[in-house]
Design a binder for this molecule. Structure first.
Ligand code: LMR
Length: 324
């Protein structure tokens, strides 16, 4: 009996020792210096410190594993276990993320983060759970600006200009509204398209301009701050529910810690990217006066009228309140 027990314990210990670590593939499309890239690196570091031998993380920056065109499918098929797509890329899965698409809805990244802390904001982590996607956290990048080859100060200047946009029908609608020619395109293709003139302009944050070196192939940045660029850190339900309880608890704590870091650093990373771009003297910075800003705000009125109808009123009112 004793022998059998000892044998059983040895077998148990051996199987624990021999168990293959769980691998989390974390794929994303931006550079390793972006808020998301830095978040992914910190996530890997903390997981491999605290769950050493039990979980390992492979981080793929710059769309080297999946691009934004196919990453969500890969997540659903468990070919990758973690992504942080921009909120605009969830538009085909939920109407509720339209709140993040409304131009000038959020004054800055701070009000966006305040919104996420309210119940209506936190609840949005579940917005795509019917797709087998588990929302773990929200990460901010920054405010969107316009980078272009011709000066764009008022909406009128964007008429007839082709813009690379994210895969988002609502962003497409906004650009059509100002008479521009939007082209939905994977982020990984955007630099080349701006360089060879396939498109003449795009919107994004300072950190993404810098990370993709757009400033080396464009002439002007208009500091419009017209919208937010942010992410939902997601995993798939099949993977998440397969994890042992203690690992899931530890991963949840790590996600909270990393999210606090990303959301704290994002403004700083964008400020530094802006300084670095302007220091190259390759770009002329255009800032809007009050009249120009108002033109941008009003040009999107019909977009508001259409999209607000699709958003739950509690979500809309909460967003309005945090921006008062
Ligand atoms: C884009 O496609 O412009 C962004 O979603 C890239 C990113 O993930 O920041």
């Amino acid at each position: 009996m004793r022998m059998t027990l000892r044998f059983f314990i040895v077998l148990m210990l051996a199987s624990v020792a021999l168990a293959e670590p769980i691998t989390i593939k974390f794929s994303h499309v931006t550079s390793s210096d972006s808020p998301k890239g830095k978040g992914a690196i910190l996530f890997k570091k903390l997981v491999e410190e605290r769950l050493a031998g039990r979980v390992e993380v492979e981080v793929y920056h710059n769309a080297t594993l999946y691009s934004d065109a196919n990453e969500m499918e890969a997540l659903k098929n468990n070919q990758v276990q973690m992504l942080a797509p921009s909120l605009s890329k969830f538009g085909s899965y939920t109407d509720q993320f339209a709140i993040f698409e409304l131009p000038f809805m959020f004054k800055n990244v701070d009000t966006l983060q305040k919104f996420w802390k309210k119940k209506a904001g936190t609840d949005l982590l579940n917005a795509v759970s019917n797709q087998g996607i588990v929302g773990l956290s929200f990460w901010s990048n920054g405010m969107k600006q316009i980078i272009s080859n011709t000066p764009i100060l008022v909406p009128q200047n964007a008429r007839g200009v082709s813009f690379r946009i994210q895969n988002s029908d609502s962003i497409q609608r906004q650009f059509e509204m100002i008479g521009a020619l939007p082209v939905q395109m994977a982020f990984s293709k955007s630099f080349q398209a701006l360089k060879d003139g396939t498109v003449q302009a795009t919107e994004n944050t300072w950190s993404n301009f810098y990370g993709q070196k757009y400033h080396t192939v464009q002439k002007y940045v208009t500091e419009t701050n017209h919208g937010v660029l942010a992410y939902m850190l997601v995993t798939n339900r099949k993977f998440w529910s397969s994890l042992p309880f203690d690992i899931k608890v530890e991963l949840t704590e790590i996600v909270d810690e990393v999210s606090a870091y990303v959301n704290h650093e994002a403004n700083k990373i964008n400020e530094q990217a802006k300084e670095s771009i302007l220091a190259t003297n390759q770009i002329k910075l255009l800032q809007l006066n009050d009249d120009q800003r108002q033109q941008w705000q009003h040009v999107f009125d019909p977009f508001y009228a259409d999209y607000v109808k699709t958003i739950d009123s509690a979500i809309y009112l909460t967003a309005k309140n945090v921006n008062r």
